[in-house]
Design a protein around this ligand. Structure first.
Ligand SMILES: CSC[C@H]1O[C@H](OP(=O)(O)O)[C@H](O)[C@@H]1O
Ligand SMILES: Nc1ncnc2[nH]cnc12
Length: 300
């Protein structure tokens, strides 16, 4: 069907550039008011026939660094397809001994260590102001729902991959990895995991009223362990392929149930209602048109 709504989106991170265990339907490449997404979006169908959208965060050939990922276009393009909930995958460093490379985690908090060089809001360059609630940066209902499903999927996979929940992820700017001093400091701050990608993605999903959860896949111990080498890209690459295979298995296992959870998919609907400051007479038709792309219920 040409304009069937796709309710669930999957964002793949480093190492996860396709979901080829699902059936390919077509590719779409929507131009948004914030430009084109990182790559064409693959529409794939599940065994039930329901369709999902897959987007490679860094592009299919990994051509966008974490600081240059066009996150606004990525989130806006998924919203334009009808996406109400995003499951995002990310390769992360572990800041805790018990989270070993190869383990998976569902973080519920974020510490922002990006450097203010990434556009973080759809409201920039408009004269409309919004202050979005972000105390709980992931969709808690979705995290609760995912926990049992992912545990079961990992068990069925039989590789002994462990799932950690309730963790705090530090999002650093990169592209260089942290120093040993920074890595130790993040542990003192309460960080459990570290990546370069969860922001502004999670903020923009919230602004677009899209549910969002991150499935963090650990690749390394970052640089806090005194008697181990500090993290290198080569270390990360060692676990990337196995983590990507497990991620595809987990995605296929949870998506079939998720597409049927109509209430859960709407968990963030209406969340921006009280975030937008009362309008002035200065609102411009061009701003309204731009914002209607991601928030059609408030701007038209
Ligand atoms: C390849 S190591 C650093 C790189 O990997 C992670 O990417 P993603 O979150 O998209 O899986 C991390 O955030 C960095 O961008
Ligand atoms: N140690 C690390 N720091 C930041 N991002 C990462 N992605 C994977 N490992 C990482």
């Amino acid at each position: 069907m040409a304009d069937e709504k796709i309710l669930v989106g999957v964002i793949g991170g480093s190492g996860l550039y396709h979901l080829d265990n699902l059936t390919f339907v077509k590719e779409v490449y929507p131009e948004t008011p914030w430009g084109f997404p990182s790559s064409p979006i693959t529409i794939a169908s599940l065994p039930s026939g329901a369709q999902v959208a897959f987007l490679a965060r860094h592009g299919k050939h990994h051509t966008y660094s974490p600081s240059t990922v066009p996150s606004r276009a990525n989130i806006a393009s998924l919203k334009s397809l009808g996406v109400r909930t995003i499951i995002a995958f990310s390769a992360v460093g572990s800041l805790r001994e018990e989270i070993a490379p190869g383990h998976f985690a569902l973080p519920n908090q974020i510490i922002d260590r990006t450097k203010g060089i990434r556009p973080t809001t759809f409201f920039d360059e408009t004269n409309i102001v919004a202050h979005t609630a972000f105390g709980d940066p992931f969709t808690n209902k979705l995290l609760e729902w995912l926990e049992g499903r992912i545990r079961k999927a990992l068990e069925d996979d039989g590789k002994g991959v462990k799932l950690h929940t309730g963790k705090c992820i530090v999002c650093m700017e990169g592209p260089q990895f942290s120093t040993r001093a920074e890595s130790v400091m993040y542990r003192m701050w309460g960080g459990d995991l570290i990546n370069m990608s969860v922001l502004p993605e999670a903020k923009l999903a919230r602004e677009a009223e899209i549910g969002y959860a991150l499935i963090a896949t650990a690749t390394d111990y970052d640089s806090w362990r005194p008697h181990s080498d500090s993290v290198t890209a080569a270390e990360v690459f060692k676990t990337l392929k196995q983590n990507a295979d497990t991620s595809r298995h987990v995605a296929a296992a949870v998506l079939e149930d998720l597409v049927k959870e109509t209430n859960l998919l709407e968990a963030e609907a209406g969340s921006m209602k009280f975030s937008i400051m009362p309008r002035t007479a200065e609102q411009k038709a061009s701003d309204l048109k731009k914002l209607s792309y991601v928030l059609p219920d408030y701007f038209s």
